[in-house]
Design a binder for this molecule. Structure first.
Ligand SMILES: O=P(O)(O)O[C@@H]1[C@@H](OP(=O)(O)O)[C@H](OP(=O)(O)O)[C@H](O)[C@H](OP(=O)(O)O)[C@H]1OP(=O)(O)O
Ligand SMILES: Nc1ncnc2c1ncn2[C@@H]1O[C@H](COP(=O)(O)OP(=O)(O)O)[C@@H](O)[C@H]1O
Length: 287
């Protein structure tokens, strides 16, 4: 039985008769192919990437597993439509906190049509993309069984968040106190278990960065890092299953032997934010 995902935080959503992804109950995520070149480009990327034997396994694990494409009944009632079949990254997780971080100060490729470039440029300038090299496209942070998730409106995410506001949200992601409460100072209680440690998010980001310092095969425009963890596990002293995955490859182009400096720059900027949070004492910092 297919249904709209419970934990989607950005992108096109399959609610209210719109076209968006669906999930099954065995861990598959069905993303509809966008009718234009973006759909076929994303299939081409997954096909190329999943069969590329030069990509080491420790890097492949940062990408959803690709199971091909399939015609399924679309969420908007338009009948059978082609979908990518991907690993459902939220499958088997309990109340995951999820953040979609769109990497790169530029979300458009030079090959894109002029009107599309202008639309993206506007969003890049109005958001933190140009200034910081990334922006928050959407997020949900689990607070408690009683209050559920803090899931800010999409509009408040795409408007320009300052570096301080983004730092504060990255702190809330690893804190016990209520994220949505204005003025609450994040305690960063789980910073060391989620961001730190040998398997934590910082170490995963650094591993990804070392690949981006070498790879010149692909240029990833408008691609996101999806950061996930389970706070309840951390609260119970267990491993919070923190991880990063890359999603959205509708705008991946051939690297032609050149470093993807747009992605790499944004990734370095994100790494700086996360490492600073890890190395400071959140509680004593006024906000
Ligand atoms: O439809 P919009 O204006 O919300 O824009 C979508 C973006 O939402 P945003 O407004 O930036 O939060 C959306 O961004 P997110 O995935 O939500 O970060 C995509 O950029 C999407 O384009 P594509 O499917 O990647 O080619 C964008 O879709 P298109 O408008 O390009 O189809
Ligand atoms: N494989 C996946 N498993 C689980 N959730 C996913 C997966 N891919 C994407 N998502 C969710 O869907 C959102 C939008 O995905 P994305 O590929 O960017 O779609 P769009 O092309 O519509 O922007 C992400 O922010 C994430 O919440």
């Amino acid at each position: 039985m297919l249904k709209v995902p419970d934990h989607q935080v950005a992108g096109h959503q399959g609610r209210d008769g719109k076209l968006g992804p669906l999930v099954d109950d065995s861990g598959r995520f069905f993303k509809p192919l966008q009718g234009d070149k973006r759909g076929t480009d994303e299939v081409a990327f997954y096909t190329s990437f999943s069969s590329n034997t030069l990509i080491p396994d420790h890097i492949k694990r940062f990408f959803p597993i690709f199971y091909g494409t399939q015609l399924i009944e679309a969420s908007d009632g338009s009948g059978m439509q082609p979908h990518l079949i991907l690993q459902d990254l939220s499958f088997g997780r309990s109340n995951p906190s999820v953040m979609d971080i769109k990497i790169g100060s530029r979300t458009w490729s030079p090959q894109a049509p002029e009107d599309y470039i202008q639309k993206c440029l506007k969003k890049d300038r109005e958001s933190s993309s140009v200034e910081l090299g990334f922006r928050l496209s959407g997020l949900q942070i689990f607070e408690s069984k009683e209050s559920g998730f803090w899931k800010p409106e999409k509009r408040s995410m795409t408007q320009s968040l300052s570096a301080d506001e983004i730092r504060s949200i990255l702190k809330k992601f690893v804190s016990t106190n209520k994220s949505g409460v204005l003025g609450s100072v994040p305690d960063c209680a789980f910073a060391s278990t989620v961001y730190g440690g040998s398997g934590g998010i910082l170490s995963q980001l650094l591993e990804l960065k070392s690949w981006f310092e070498e790879q010149t095969t692909y240029h990833f425009y408008s691609c996101s890092i999806l950061m996930t963890c389970e706070k309840e596990l951390a609260l119970n002293g267990k491993n919070p299953r923190a991880d990063i995955k890359l999603v959205d490859f509708a705008h991946v182009f051939e690297g032609k032997g050149v470093i993807d400096h747009n992605f790499l720059g944004g990734l370095c900027s994100l790494i700086k934010f996360v490492s600073e949070i890890l190395s400071e004492d959140c509680v004593t910092e006024p906000r």
